[in-house]
Design a protein around this ligand. Structure first.
Ligand SMILES: Nc1ncnc2c1ncn2[C@@H]1O[C@H](COP(=O)(O)OP(=O)(O)O)[C@@H](O)[C@H]1O
Ligand SMILES: [Mg+2]
Length: 261
């Protein structure tokens, strides 16, 4: 089983869209997938997968108030299961918990991943992480075999993301399940010309930073252009339209899958 965390330094880089598209894509391959909403400050999975009833949120498991299976919900898509975050007002409590508490949550997280694999038969776990450096975000990274850092080509975002590498990525590479985590950058919302080509100046910029990241041990995961179709699809009715939304970036998600697995 592989656990993949989608992270970024800044918000709005496409973490949630990429998490949903990746999880959906694995499930279509016939793999049993658990998609966890790990962004306690800005949860969003219920807008992609409307809740049925009143499912317990994932932190109930972290707090040892529920078993893993009690925080896992079916979706209308075969093989695809989700675990919701609590409403942001309750999520705050998780974000603000102290280091010792998060230490316990990390232990639960690692145990939960084992249960997901051994007892529940999951093949992939995808975690939609919060942006930046918070204790929950660090825990999610720590228990993952892979991370994908979504990145928009915006100068302050790129430099700050690069600074994350030494601050946390290198330090946390060997924590968790014992395997060495592999990290990838995924350029998203890249501006393209009318003919869909990337402006050479943008291409040079991406190439320059892709190399810098690679030299720091973060592999290239791909490039997704800015697509107005994605924005439009997000406005239309949700859930039933999820395949229509992820379809827009499907070829890029397929490329990403080849690189990370
Ligand atoms: N490649 C893209 N082209 C156009 N819009 C995109 C693209 N990727 C993401 N978006 C849009 O950008 C916004 C932020 O994406 P989201 O997945 O919510 O980011 P995050 O979870 O990192 O905050 C959403 O409205 C999403 O539809
Ligand atoms: Mg998000």
């Amino acid at each position: 089983m592989t656990t993949i965390t989608i992270h970024s330094f800044k918000g709005g880089t496409g973490k949630s869209l990429i998490s949903v598209a990746l999880a959906h894509s694995f499930s279509k391959d016939g793999e049993k997938v658990l998609l966890i909403d790990g962004d306690y400050g800005a949860p969003c999975l219920d807008s992609f997968f409307p809740k049925k009833g009143n499912p317990k949120p994932f932190p109930s498991f972290l707090k040892a108030k529920a078993k893993l299976k009690e925080v896992v919900s079916e979706t209308i898509f075969p093989n695809l299961y989700v675990s919701y975050a609590p409403p942001p007002s309750f999520g705050e409590e998780i974000i603000r918990a102290d280091v010792a508490t998060h230490g316990r949550y990390l232990k639960r997280l690692i145990e939960g991943i084992e249960v997901a694999h051994d007892k529940m038969g999951f093949d992939k776990i995808v975690i939609d992480n919060s942006s930046g450096i918070s204790l929950p975000a660090i825990n999610h990274l720590s228990c993952s075999d892979r991370s994908v850092i979504a990145l928009r080509p915006v100068r302050y975002g790129v430099e700050s993301t690069y600074n994350l590498i030494d601050t946390i990525y290198k330090k946390l590479r060997y924590v968790g399940s014992g395997s060495v985590r592999q990290d990838f950058i995924l350029w998203n919302q890249v501006p393209v010309n009318r003919d869909s080509s990337i402006d050479p100046r943008v291409g040079d910029y991406l190439g320059h930073w892709t190399k810098k990241f690679a030299d720091s041990g973060i592999s290239y995961g791909g490039t997704i252009p800015y697509m107005t179709e994605v924005v439009t699809a997000m406005i239309a009715d949700i859930s039933q339209d999820l395949p229509a939304i992820v379809h827009q970036i499907q070829s890029h998600i397929d490329e990403l899958k080849k690189k990370i697995i």
